[in-house]
Design a protein around this ligand. Structure first.
Ligand SMILES: [Fe+2]
Length: 452
């Protein structure tokens, strides 16, 4: 690193990042080293190969990916780096601690923060897995408590009081713990909310979906926690909308529409008054109604301008909205919701939407999936009383590398056999004309009462 030109560009700003601070360095990809904490990439999010843009560079593989990524620049946070970019400090371990003590004046103020980074990581709280039945009661208590807290939060926001981030974080933690014990229970329970509970339980549902999604993307624990808080707070700006407009079943007037479209900005302004709200929550609050094609609100930002958090927030928010019973629309099943969302070109990041479906273990109609027992099937819809089971037409044996007589089965999330192991690659299995294969298999007469 010694000898590299370092440019602490204070004047540089990014629409989604805000102004640069003294702690942020703007480096070329080839200047990045192991031990630096990447705060952001300058360029389109889609151009870099990481699901998250904030992480510590720890391996040669990560370093190679950054250097080959083609991004314009990398924003490195000095205060979270384990080496001090620009000071010639390439030392680790004991030497690194000495280097921290000898930081140049601009960095002395962050010694305490850095000391936390060099301290051993806090011990993880043990959270034991639970069965579906065991977790139901605990999840019900978590949902109950969260509903009450969100009602209080919205009430105090309505009175113009600042949001207390210290009260919100433990809720996100409790929801995260429930998902750790069993990844499906709380998400399923909160989806089946009553119409009149939507306003408050939507925040709880989006929190749970964000945490589950962030874990699936392997984001770090601090980010996962911050995204849980973001889920709870993303719609707090709705307190500025009159109830009759919020619940109006018909078409909105121009004025009503403008009031609704003001809620991200109103929420962001409210959250910005509190010092302990994570940046991810401000971002998701402001951007969860933006769309990839630039047709969303409040600013009509597009593909290259929307962060990972904004894209995740948009997906989780809409998924919960369409799978909930509303005054003007019956709930869609998870499978119907994902199928519809996949068809809305320009709304969501399509790759990220696939990962979201994977995180829930639910797939849109037409998805090729691998089943336990070495078979491939095509998702044909949802099944079961609450729409949690997936209907699959099984048609291909992976062992024989050949199609078999197709048959249908319904796979509930609690079933041991058959299970859906995950999405399969059409390319890997050589289905060169996938739409034609789907049409042919679905048009065939299935065998009756068959099982894989
Ligand atoms: Fe919203």
């Amino acid at each position: 690193m010694a000898g590299h030109a370092v440019n602490p560009v204070k004047e540089l700003t990014f629409p989604h990042l805000g102004p640069m601070s003294d702690m942020l360095l703007h480096l070329k990809p080839e200047q990045v080293e192991i031990g630096m904490f990447v705060d952001a990439f300058d360029g389109r999010w889609i151009d870099h190969p990481f699901w998250r843009s904030r992480f510590l560079v720890e391996t040669a593989e990560q370093l190679a990916l950054i250097r080959e990524s083609g991004v314009i620049a990398v924003i490195v946070d000095r205060s979270r780096s384990q080496m001090v970019p620009g000071t010639g400090d390439e030392a680790f371990g004991e030497d690194r601690r000495k280097a921290v003590g000898g930081m140049s004046p601009p960095y002395r103020g962050v010694e305490r923060r850095r000391a936390r980074i060099f301290a051993p990581p806090p011990r993880e709280r043990p959270v034991r897995p639970a069965t579906y039945a065991q977790e139901r009661r605990r999840a019900a208590r978590v949902i109950d408590k969260s509903r009450g807290a969100v009602i209080d939060l919205f009430e105090s926001a309505r009175l113009g009081r600042a949001v207390d981030g210290g009260k919100i974080a433990p809720l996100a933690e409790a929801i995260g713990d429930s998902i750790t014990r069993h990844s499906r229970v709380l998400i399923n329970m909160v989806r089946l909310k009553q119409k009149d509970e939507y306003t408050y339980l939507h925040s709880v549902a989006v929190c749970a979906l964000m945490i589950n999604f962030a874990r699936h993307l392997k984001l770090d624990e601090a980010e996962i926690q911050a995204l849980g808080v973001a889920g709870l707070l993303h719609d707090v700006g709705k307190v500025a909308i009159a109830d009759d407009v919020l619940l109006k079943p018909g078409k909105l007037t121009l004025r009503e529409r403008s009031s609704v479209e003001g809620h991200p900005r109103a929420g962001h302004a409210l959250l910005a008054q509190s010092p302990d709200i994570p940046a991810a929550a401000l971002e998701v609050c402001m951007r969860h109604h933006e769309k990839m094609d630039g047709s969303g609100y409040p600013d009509g930002l597009g593909d290259g301008e929307l962060s990972l958090y904004a894209r995740m927030g948009a997906i989780c928010d809409v998924y919960d909205a369409v799978t909930s019973d509303r005054p003007y629309k019956a709930a869609w099943t998870p499978c119907e919701a994902l199928t519809a969302m996949q068809s809305w070109t320009g709304h969501f990041d399509p790759q990220l939407l696939d990962r979201f479906a994977d995180s829930l273990g639910i797939f849109p109609v037409g998805t090729l999936v691998t089943l336990s027992g070495g078979m491939l099937g095509i998702v044909t819809g949802s099944a079961g009383e609450s729409g949690e089971a997936i209907a699959v037409r099984v048609f291909f044996s992976c062992d024989l590398l050949a199609e078999c007589s197709p048959f249908d089965c319904e796979i509930a999330p609690t079933m041991r056999e058959p299970r859906i192991l995950g999405r399969a690659s059409q390319k890997f299995w050589r289905f060169d004309d996938w739409p034609a294969t789907v049409a042919r298999v679905l048009a065939a007469q299935p065998e009756a009462d068959a099982a894989p």
